[in-house]
Design a protein around this ligand. Structure first.
Ligand SMILES: Cc1cc2nc3c(=O)[nH]c(=O)nc-3n(C[C@H](O)[C@H](O)[C@H](O)COP(=O)(O)OP(=O)(O)OC[C@H]3O[C@@H](n4cnc5c(N)ncnc54)[C@H](O)[C@@H]3O)c2cc1C
Length: 561
């Protein structure tokens, strides 16, 4: 797929350069027809000279090829699409495509785009990624991040309450906002922001939802606690919430993230466990007392899982509280069959404007991954029919996952807890053992957020001891007129120290040891060798002996003691 690397830039010359680079490295894709290969080769060769002429048709072609999966965001095309889908009785969940953003200007632009969608009379339901509406998610500053995210959510939820949607049967309802789930690090932040804002009196009547990813063992515990909370909200007169259960689309990214930081991978290590957890969450969510407070969306393209969820839903008698969701363009023939059997379908429709097409690339790559990963259902879909080898393979997987459902762990795989760690002290490490970095602190874990908040709190009120001089092994200093500052707190004295002073000329034979004043002055230190000067070579004057030139002399002196 050339699109990922090529379209990261919006600049035609850069795109042409990357296209040429890929074609040189990998050759022409052999799935293309002859004339397409010729056109691509020509484009690669001429793009460097005429990027403005070559790149736009190339981008146009790519957009056209993907338009069944990614919808055009331009007004006329979008309106026509919404009308056509509505005519077939399919409900739509629109998502303005975009991945995590870098700046607040872009965050505002995305927020405005969501608000514009909510204001349309032909839009009922939208999906939002938290990382697309706030650019500075920083879990070290968890509380500040949470407050900022909540503020953005309030703005969206207010718009959802303000605008109403008229359903084909004449009913009206407020607009629906669903929070998509992305990285593991966002799980607890998303849930906390969602619950805290919906707990505010202004939003008690609002129905809103979020996604839980079954590939995270943690999700089942989160589902249970969300359910208990939602039952309380409903009992207090609030609206039910909705949870969409998916398996999870960012497995590769989670693996890379874990490897880079020295952490366990957050998702389960096998698909069987993921499948088992997915079913367990569906069964739990379909229990009538749970579904009444937490409506369920079952989002999958795996027909075994969809059929299973339909049976569980019907046996539990919660047909009107559990709906099925699929992605636009991924398996539309399946979607039609599911819509018919399930009595309705919510289609997730990603939308992107021409100028933002680069934002669609990550989405396309995730879909490509889903279609090609060895164990996935869609990988086996072509030629799938009862009795075929791929059918038997998927059927077996399904049955084994059913057996595993009650036993699969619901404990987080990432357990690091900085609160419980002790300093290694003087213990000597095994010097023969291979070198391993100490894992980075995982600030997505609540216990580590608690730990760092505690550290910050302690240091905020902590006044460090004044720093004396150390002369001849002894600490010297009765007054501490020197002051140090912390650039993050201008005007505040961060610490005090005893500075060296000019020599009053009273040193004795033993340097500072003999100096009656014991003042730690320049003279004693230099002439009596209390701080031993070290040989230090400068490039200009080799062999020159001058401790002042040695930037490490002070540390060296201390370390050697
Ligand atoms: C309407 C809708 C909304 C969605 N929203 C989100 C969202 O907000 N966030 C999100 O992350 N995803 C979302 N997705 C994508 C979703 O996660 C994938 O479509 C889904 O995982 C594919 O699962 P499946 O049941 O269709 O197929 P299956 O083939 O049964 O399952 C594939 C999934 O199994 C898991 N898997 C595969 N191999 C392994 C392995 N070796 N180890 C561990 N796990 C493995 C992965 O999660 C993979 O995606 C959404 C999907 C739909 C349909």
């Amino acid at each position: 797929m050339p699109s990922d690397q090529v379209f990261r830039s919006r600049v035609s010359a850069r795109i042409a350069n990357q296209l040429d680079h890929l074609l040189r490295g990998y050759g022409l894709p052999n799935y293309m027809e002859n004339w397409e290969q010729t056109a691509l080769a020509l484009g690669g060769a001429l793009g460097g000279y005429l990027p403005g002429a070559v790149v736009p048709p190339f981008a146009q072609r790519l957009r056209k090829e993907t338009q069944s999966v990614i919808l055009p965001g331009e007004e006329r095309a979008l309106r026509a699409y919404l009308k056509q889908r509505r005519a077939t009785g399919t409900r739509l969940n629109l998502n303005y495509l975009g991945e995590a953003i870098l700046g607040e200007g872009e965050a505002r632009r995305r927020l405005d785009a969501y608000l514009a969608l909510l204001a349309r009379d032909d839009v009922e339901y939208i999906s939002v990624k938290l990382s697309s509406i706030f650019s500075q998610i920083n879990l070290v500053a968890y509380d500040a991040t949470l407050e900022a995210v909540k503020e953005r959510l309030r703005e969206l939820y207010r718009a959802a309450l303000q605008h109403t949607y008229r359903h084909p049967d004449g009913r009206t309802s407020s607009k629906f906002i669903n929070l998509d789930m992305e990285e593991y690090r966002d799980l607890h932040l998303t849930v906390a922001a969602f619950q805290q804002v919906l707990d505010e009196p202004e939003f008690m009547a609002l129905r809103a939802g979020l996604v839980l990813q079954a590939y995270l063992p943690d999700s089942f515990a989160v589902q249970r606690s969300l359910t208990t909370w939602a039952q309380g909200r409903v009992a207090r007169g609030g609206a039910p919430i909705k949870v969409r259960i998916v398996k999870g689309a960012n497995l590769a990214m989670e693996k890379v993230e874990a490897a880079l930081h020295g952490w366990e991978q957050a998702p389960y290590s096998s698909k069987l466990e993921v499948d088992a957890n997915f079913k367990r969450m569906v069964v739990y969510g379909c229990q009538p007392k749970h579904a009444a407070a937490v409506h369920l969306g079952v989002a999958s393209h795996n027909l075994f899982d969809i059929a299973y969820a339909m049976l569980v839903r019907d046996r539990a008698g919660v047909r009107n509280l559990v709906e099925f969701e699929m992605l636009e363009g991924m398996a539309n023939h399946q979607a039609r069959a599911v819509q018919e059997r399930a009595g309705g379908l919510l289609l997730y429709a990603p939308v992107v404007k021409k100028e933002d097409f680069h934002s669609a690339i990550a989405y396309l790559v995730r879909r490509l991954d889903e279609n090609t990963a060895e164990e996935n259902f869609l990988h086996d879909l072509f030629g799938l029919e009862p009795g075929s080898p791929t059918w038997d393979k998927q059927r077996k997987r399904f049955l084994v996952a059913c057996q595993l459902m009650e036993r699969v762990s619901d404990q987080p795989r990432r357990k690091q807890d900085r609160r419980l760690e002790e300093d290694a002290g003087d213990s000597v490490p095994d010097l023969a053992a291979p070198f391993h970095n100490v894992p980075d602190t995982d600030f997505s874990l609540p216990q580590n957020q608690e730990w760092i908040q505690d550290v910050v709190q302690r240091w905020r009120t902590h006044t460090p001891d004044p720093i004396p001089l150390q002369i001849g092994g002894e600490l010297v200093g009765e007054s501490f007129p020197g002051t140090g500052s912390d650039p993050s707190c201008p005007g505040v004295v961060a610490y005090r120290y005893a500075p060296r002073r000019p020599c009053p000329g009273r040193s004795g034979a033993g340097g500072c040891h003999g100096c009656p004043a014991r003042m730690g002055c320049d003279h004693c230190c230099r002439t009596q060798g209390v701080v031993a000067p070290r040989r230090y070579r400068t490039r200009t004057q080799p062999g020159r002996l001058d401790w002042r030139d040695d930037p490490g002399w002070w540390q060296g002196h201390h370390r050697s003691r």
